[in-house]
Design a protein. Structure first.
Length: 100
């Protein structure tokens, strides 16, 4: 507003001070690591993304299904390589989530 005062008063749904802001949700390990997807490994010790099925945390249904679909495809690809006798790419290192 031009006077620096919200015309909606207490009915306004927006924050007008930092104390009114909502905290961001913890989205760590809710998506697969893009580095892992593109290169097959991740060497970032503080990576906040999941590197295997066990690390993947619950998330909205549509995104979760996409993540599981990728993991299944990765597992199918690895199984096909084993069946052909090809050498497996190096497994990504699993990072322990740091407690704060």
């Amino acid at each position: 507003h031009i006077l620096g005062i919200c015309a909606k008063g207490t009915g306004c749904k927006f924050a007008h001070h930092k104390d009114e802001l909502n905290l961001l949700p913890d989205l760590s390990r809710t998506k697969l690591c893009k580095t892992l997807i593109s290169t097959g490994s991740c060497e970032e010790p503080d990576c906040k993304y999941a590197h295997n099925r066990e690390q993947l945390r619950a998330m909205p249904e549509a995104d979760r299904i996409l993540g599981e679909s990728f993991l299944q495809g990765l597992e199918d690809q690895q199984r096909a390589r084993r069946e052909r006798g090809e050498q497996q790419p190096q497994q990504p290192q699993q990072h322990q989530q740091q407690q704060q």
